[in-house]
Design a protein around this ligand. Structure first.
Ligand SMILES: Nc1nc2c(c(=O)[nH]1)N[C@H]1C(S)=C(S)[C@@H](COP(=O)(O)OP(=O)(O)OC[C@H]3O[C@@H](n4cnc5c(=O)[nH]c(N)nc54)[C@H](O)[C@@H]3O)O[C@H]1N2
Ligand SMILES: Nc1nc2c(c(=O)[nH]1)N[C@H]1C(S)=C(S)[C@@H](COP(=O)(O)OP(=O)(O)OC[C@H]3O[C@@H](n4cnc5c(=O)[nH]c(N)nc54)[C@H](O)[C@@H]3O)O[C@H]1N2
Ligand code: SF4
Ligand SMILES: [Mo]
Length: 730
């Protein structure tokens, strides 16, 4: 019997409302749901294969234990939990609390909200504070810069209100990630541009998004701070800033305008790689747009100056007053999440969270920041002997061997661990180095909500939902026969029970939402996943039971939320001229002038990253239907660069950085600026498998070093804009 069911696609963080066709308990197709009020029928290539990842022949159906010879055998998950709990207790008893760490990757966030909440509750109860996630190898400057700038306690201008949007190194038509609403970004952009939206795109590649821009600046990678400084200078000199907003709420106007006056457009244009007139035009277009925001993606954030870029961006938005004011409607209040608080006032800077607090690291003087613990330092914390050495790592929905910078160091670290546990759906690159692999249920076998998307709305412009939308889906199919699978949260629950830990599970806390006490985990009766969701949505604007009544996503406009007036006598002001940031801008310029950090004499190319529509980081590489016949990541170059190097598309090359070399297969991309190689991350595997280049691609993370050119606040190394040389491979 075939039936069609509503569900949430959890193949990426967009969380589209889709329809899954189920034939006798087996999902056989996924399509967009034309009646979904927000996603309106949208379903990308990954989404169209959501069911394929459930039926994947390579899928892990039982947990695995590594044998002395490196092979794996099935292990009942209950026994795996017994053994792992005992090992963790021994490791912690011998080496202290800091010897245990967790790493949560992209897929930890996409599944049920209970998964991350339970893993955090477990880690906290063990006493370890070493919880890492992929945020610090993504765009950590967003949180650190907010700590230095302060936060407006209401949202930025919504896409629906915008007259102008500026996207710096972000490609939402492919990544569905920021800048343009994730719910069908192509259509959202067309509609908005038909209504007069101006789109400014800044990218070294004429991306899918850039091709639709009003103004496109094809910049050199890594120069965004100078572009932003020059734009801010133009806005001040032409008096285009928002006088009322800045007078009432902002400190540092005089200082910032003085600093940026050193970087007029004509002085920095060559360094940025565009004409001065284009910079001036971008500044005018943005400032005169009156409504709308500027935002950056992974490209610039990975180019070495994540905090400085995000700080200048916040300053640009702030001088143009791009924040919602009292009385304006909040477009995306949380529905199932803790209620949003929106007030027209500034939370002043909290710099202690930017310059480090809490857990201190033994390497590179790093520490915790507002962005979380520096993931780029975890491999060193595993490798460095002595007190505080990390000996046990639980990886949850992430893939360090594929994704972390400095792959060779990561591999050494994974080998050094006394205990590596990987929670995964497939035998990923990291799973194949783990002592235990915990096989977990596919999302279609689990209930889920749009909570993750609600919280993402507060992350950065264009993220998450654009309306008061909410969606709950029950589990749609059973686990395959002869499998032994659990939900991710059950693993942490199972460990907590065995280790007799007193755990309290809390909803994700987010600035701008009400806090609740949380649920004390009860081991006498195991909760169901839906009971945990009840706990995680206590006090929500819309009760979970109401959301559950409707199959498919629904919009809940009432009760509407409006930005309230500032508290009486509120004194908080935003700061746009933090002295450390102003000094960093100066240093950035001086080093560029002196040729430092450019390596132009030694390396002719810069390797930059890009995303591809059909694969999400490393997930989906083992799904034949998703690959479209290309099971590697081409090394894209401009056709003129290809011929100048005496190469042809399809040739193999050796790409070398100061850290390491990888092989690549040349692909032609006329949309690239010259002097660049543009390659997707998270491909390839360990060096032993390099001879399978055509089958598995190459890992760009191997070219990066966590020890050089890293950002001092977040520890994030350069993961894009990497100086490289190429030669033809024989
Ligand atoms: N299909 C698909 N979707 C995804 C993902 C995926 O792998 N596949 N990954 C998800 C994840 S984890 C994330 S974080 C988001 C990321 O989403 P995005 O941030 O949009 O990531 P990219 O698509 O790689 O776009 C980065 C852009 O930056 C440009 N760039 C590189 N260096 C620089 C620079 O120095 N300056 C400027 N101005 N531009 C530069 C690149 O050319 C590229 O176009 O996407 C998410 N969505
Ligand atoms: N050079 C370079 N490096 C980069 C980037 C770049 O642009 N350039 N991007 C960076 C960014 S933005 C990020 S976010 C990181 C990504 O870093 P990670 O999140 O560590 O990497 P992913 O490949 O997304 O890992 C997802 C893992 O989850 C598993 N998985 C899939 N489905 C499920 C599921 O339902 N449940 C569970 N438990 N597991 C599942 C997959 O098999 C895979 O092992 O990479 C970073 N690395
Ligand atoms: S954008 Fe993301 S959530 Fe939407 S269909 Fe594609 S993979 Fe699924
Ligand atoms: Mo990411």
């Amino acid at each position: 019997m075939t039936e069609i069911k509503h569900t949430i696609c959890r193949a990426c963080h967009a969380g589209c409302g889709v329809l899954v066709e189920i034939d006798n308990g087996r999902p056989i197709s996924t399509k967009g749901n034309p009646d979904d009020p927000l996603f309106k029928g949208f379903c990308c290539i990954k989404g169209q294969n959501f069911h394929s990842t459930r039926n994947n022949p390579n899928r892990l159906l039982r947990s695995q234990k590594r044998q002395a010879d490196g092979s794996y055998i099935d292990i009942p998950v209950e026994q795996a939990m017994d053994e792992i709990a005992e090992k963790i207790q021994n490791i912690m008893a011998n080496n202290g609390r800091r010897s245990l760490a967790t790493y949560s990757g992209t897929m930890a966030a996409n599944g049920s909200a209970a998964n991350s909440a339970m893993s955090s509750a477990w880690l906290k109860a063990t006493g370890s504070r070493m919880g890492f996630n992929s945020n610090t190898i993504d765009q950590p400057g967003k949180m650190v810069a907010a700590a230095l700038h302060g936060k407006w306690m209401a949202p930025e201008h919504n896409f629906a209100q915008a007259k102008v949007i500026m996207l710096i190194g972000v490609n939402p038509l492919v990544a569905m990630s920021g800048g343009i609403p994730h719910s069908n970004p192509g259509r959202a952009l067309t509609d908005a541009m038909n209504n007069g939206l101006e789109l400014i795109v800044v990218d070294p590649r004429r991306t899918e998004t850039a091709r639709r821009a009003t103004l496109f600046l094809q910049v050199k990678p890594g120069r965004d701070p100078l572009l932003l400084a020059a734009m801010i200078n133009t806005i001040f000199t032409e008096n285009l800033h928002d006088h009322d907003f800045t007078t009432q709420h902002v400190d540092g106007l005089t200082e910032l305008s003085k600093v940026v006056s050193q970087f007029p457009a004509d002085k920095v244009a060559d360094l940025v790689g565009v004409k001065a007139q284009q910079i001036i035009e971008a500044a005018r277009l943005f400032a005169n747009g009156k409504m709308g925001v500027a935002t950056a993606g992974t490209g610039p954030n990975m180019s070495g100056n994540t905090t400085l870029i995000e700080y200048l961006l916040l300053s640009l938005n702030t001088i143009c007053g791009r924040w919602q004011r009292a009385g304006e409607k909040v477009f995306e209040p949380t529905s199932l999440g803790q209620p949003t608080i929106a007030k027209a006032q500034a939370l002043p800077p909290y710099p202690e969270y930017a310059y480090g607090f809490g857990e201190k690291f033994r390497v590179r003087q790093l520490s915790n920041t507002a962005a979380g613990l520096p993931t780029a330092a975890l491999a060193d914390e595993i490798l460095l002997p002595g007190e505080g050495q990390v000996k046990a790592l639980i990886c949850h929905g992430g893939n360090p061997v594929a994704a972390w910078p400095d792959q060779l160091k990561t591999i050494s670290a994974m080998k050094e661990l006394e205990l590596l546990v990987q929670i995964d759906v497939t035998q990923s690159a990291t799973a194949r180095m783990a002592d235990y692999v915990i096989a977990v249920k596919h999302s279609l076998e689990c209930s889920g909500t749009s909570l993750a998307q609600e919280y993402l709305s507060g992350y950065a412009p264009g993220f998450g939902l654009t309306a008061a939308y909410s969606h709950y889906t029950p589990a749609l199919v059973d686990v395959p026969d002869n499998s032994d699978l659990i939900e991710d949260w059950e693993f942490f629950y199972g460990l907590g029970k065995r280790m007799k830990l007193d755990m309290t599970m809390k909803p994700m806390s987010f600035s701008g939402t009400v806090r609740v006490p949380g649920y004390r985990v009860d081991y006498s009766r195991k909760p169901t996943s839906d009971e945990l969701l009840e706990h995680l949505t206590i006090g929500s604007r819309i009760p979970l039971a109401t959301v559950k009544e409707h199959a498919g996503g629904t919009v809940y406009p009432e009760p509407a939320l409006y930005v309230s007036e500032a508290d009486k006598d509120w004194q908080g002001r935003l700061n746009i001229a933090n002295s450390q940031m102003m000094a960093d801008l100066q240093t950035f310029y001086e080093e560029l002038q002196e040729g430092l950090n450019t390596d132009e004499d030694r390396h002719a190319f810069r390797l930059i990253s890009r995303r591809q529509i059909n694969i999400l980081n490393s997930t989906g590489r083992d799904i034949a239907e998703q690959l479209h016949g290309k099971s590697y990541n081409p090394a894209y170059m401009h056709p003129d660069d290809i011929s100048a190097a005496g190469l042809n598309a399809g040739d193999k090359i050796v790409i070398s950085s100061d850290r390491a070399s990888i092989m690549g297969i040349v692909g032609a991309d006329k949309n690239l600026r010259r002097g660049l190689i543009s390659m997707t991350h998270c491909w390839g595997d360990r060096p032993e498998l390099d001879d399978q280049l055509e089958k598995i691609g190459a890992n760009t993370g191997r070219l990066t070093s966590v020890e050089s050119n890293y950002e001092s606040y977040t520890g994030m190394p350069r993961m894009s804009n990497i100086p490289v040389s190429i030669i033809a491979a024989n």
